[in-house]
Design a protein around this ligand. Structure first.
Ligand code: SF4
Ligand code: F3S
Ligand code: FES
Length: 253
């Protein structure tokens, strides 16, 4: 999407996958909407215009319109991305929009990433773990080295948009795979000095084919992450740690 396309007075066409699985009569089909491009138009603005002027039944999700909430992710000409950050002038006249794969379809471009993310978070226990933490708030709020805080913050920028999951071949084939988003979260808690889990505890959670060993280093996750998180580095780091932990558990191997 790097080459700008001349857009003055341009008509664009949105080809959108329409389907409502709640409606027994609904059959998946493509529907085309044509509209005039406005200055600075994003796909969010274009979709709203379609909904306001052509078809109020069109379903899609937006909350922040600023690349923060992660709710507007969809396939834009085949690639996962955030519709609120996608400028139409960087796209061709014909734009195909489809819902993110892997996640449960609600309708049209709206998918339920929340259910998938909650299940992954519960399985990986993505919160600071410590037996005394609840009773010892001072420890919970202890200061940490600025560089460590920055390293944790870097991984915490994830907005749970699901683009990395949609871009991952393993996630398409293996329903239980926690994806780069899950592995990134584990890497974040491994860094946190307040989290009392050791490598053996992390191994229990992701030392398996639904975790680090399911990753085939396809790298679509990092390429498509709209927050440019260093996902491949985190996964490689976890994999090395977990492989060492596995060898410790099975000394004959
Ligand atoms: Fe989205 Fe990136 Fe987080 Fe994946 S890691 S959910 S692509 S922000
Ligand atoms: Fe998937 Fe990323 Fe691994 S695309 S296979 S999680 S490197
Ligand atoms: Fe929040 Fe796009 S609407 S990220």
């Amino acid at each position: 999407m790097s080459d700008l396309i001349a857009t003055a007075g341009r008509r664009i066409r949105l080809h959108i996958l329409r389907h409502n699985p709640q409606d027994p009569e609904s059959q998946p089909h493509m529907q085309t909407f044509e509209l005039e491009e406005a200055d600075g138009m994003t796909l969010f603005i274009a979709l709203n215009e379609v909904r306001e002027t052509q078809d109020p039944s069109l379903a899609f999700d937006f909350v922040c319109r600023a690349g923060i909430c992660g709710s507007c992710a969809m396939l834009i000409n085949g690639k996962p991305g955030l519709a609120c950050c996608a400028l139409t002038r960087e796209l061709p006249d014909d734009i195909t929009l489809m819902p993110l794969p892997v996640f449960k379809l609600i309708a049209d471009l709206s998918v339920d990433t929340g259910e998938w993310m909650r299940d992954m978070s519960e399985r990986l226990q993505t919160w600071v773990q410590g037996s005394e933490l609840e009773r010892d708030l001072d420890r919970f709020e202890q200061t940490m080295e600025p560089q460590l805080a920055r390293d944790i913050y870097e991984l915490e920028r994830c907005i749970e948009c699901g683009c990395c999951v949609a871009a991952c071949g393993t996630a398409h084939m293996r329903p239980g795979f926690v994806g780069a988003v899950g592995l990134n979260k584990l890497a974040r808690f491994r860094l946190d000095p307040r989290d009392e889990r050791d490598d053996a505890a992390f191994y229990q959670l992701v030392g398996n084919d639904d975790g680090v060993f399911g990753c085939m280093t396809l790298l679509g996750c990092e390429d498509m992450c709209p927050k440019q998180l260093p996902l491949a580095t985190q996964i490689a780091f976890l994999r090395r740690k977990m492989a060492r932990q596995g060898l410790k558990k099975n000394p004959e191997e």
